[in-house]
Design a protein around this ligand. Structure first.
Ligand code: CP
Length: 304
């Protein structure tokens, strides 16, 4: 792996994470800085995206860089049988940085091993989504005033949810207590429980999304049940609407509670929650531009 790539959130130390969050704050104060002038960035999306691709492209554009790439791999030579290796080697001839989303776990790590240019993982299968995690951390810090010692409740698809997997690893630096709320079919994988055990992090597993869990949370991180990850659609049909957060369920929640969601949502947050001041998911998505500006600068070794 080339050391400057960001493939997994574990590529960054706690200090590096805090450094990126500090940079994100500066970009929020002024996102328009022409520090990428003359740079070309590729966004290669082998899987659909709205927020990640558009916020990365906004981040680059506001920094004065240029974008090439694709949002639909069916228009590329991969449909003629070109391998990921060859695609990455070609694109790395053209650009200074590659931002890639792929449907296979481990694709970003592989790309970083064959590329001459740094790779930012914009999500690989059910594995990792480190730039989402950076904006999640930034959102948590902005709303709570700290990252330390928080009750973080993760709800929904904890098996396939790459945003959840990355967030657990990043929050492990900050002494959280996790509540994992998922049906048996979508339980948090054992690897992440072992990871928490190895770090001495407290966690509790629930199959019911109870009022007690809601009322004790500082952050509720809702997730979509991801139809595209299921091999058996009967199982998807069984669990797809298993938890729906409604506004009335927040009546006795903490004042500082914030509801996060990486989005897109399907049914898991009712629309009446949107008007509640504790709903933070749209602001969270906006924070993605600043967090991604900070990540791009770190990956390219640009001081702001
Ligand atoms: N949060 C997230 O990854 O959204 P997109 O799939 O729209 O990029």
């Amino acid at each position: 792996m080339r050391s400057e790539s960001l493939v997994s959130i574990t590529d960054y130390t706690k200090e590096e994470i805090l450094e990126v969050l500090e940079s994100a704050k500066q970009f929020e104060e002024n996102p328009n800085r022409k520090i990428l002038e003359g740079k070309v960035v590729a966004t290669l999306f082998f899987e659909p995206s709205t927020r990640t691709r558009l916020s990365f492209e906004t981040a680059v554009t506001r920094l004065g860089g240029r974008i090439i790439g694709f949002s639909d791999a069916s228009t590329t030579s991969s449909t003629k049988g070109e391998t990921l290796k060859d695609t990455i080697k070609m694109v790395s001839n053209y650009v200074d940085l590659i931002i890639m989303r792929h449907y296979l776990d481990g694709a970003a790590r592989y790309a970083s091993e064959v590329s001459d240019k740094p790779i930012i993982n914009a999500g690989d299968g059910a594995n990792q989504h480190p730039s989402q995690t950076m904006l999640d951390l930034y959102s948590i810090y902005k709303t709570q005033g700290t990252l330390e010692g928080l009750n973080i409740t993760l709800v929904g698809d904890l098996k396939y949810g790459r945003t959840v997997h990355s967030l657990i690893m990043a929050m492990s630096h900050f002494n959280p207590t996790f509540h994992f709320v998922a049906p048996d079919e979508l339980k948090i994988p054992d690897d992440y429980k072992k990871f928490c055990d190895s770090k001495g992090i407290k966690y509790y597993e629930h199959t019911e999304f109870t009022q007690e869990v809601i009322n004790n949370a500082d952050i509720i991180y809702m997730t979509r049940v991801q139809r595209e990850r299921f091999t058996d659609l009967m199982v998807y049909e069984k669990v797809k609407d298993v938890y729906v957060l409604k506004n009335s369920m927040l009546d006795n929640s903490k004042d500082n509670l914030r509801i996060l969601h990486p989005l897109p949502r399907v049914n898991e947050i009712a629309y009446d929650v949107d008007e509640n001041p504790k709903a933070y998911y749209f602001e969270q998505a906006r924070n993605g531009v600043y967090a991604r500006q900070a990540i791009i600068c770190k990956v390219l070794g640009i001081k702001i």
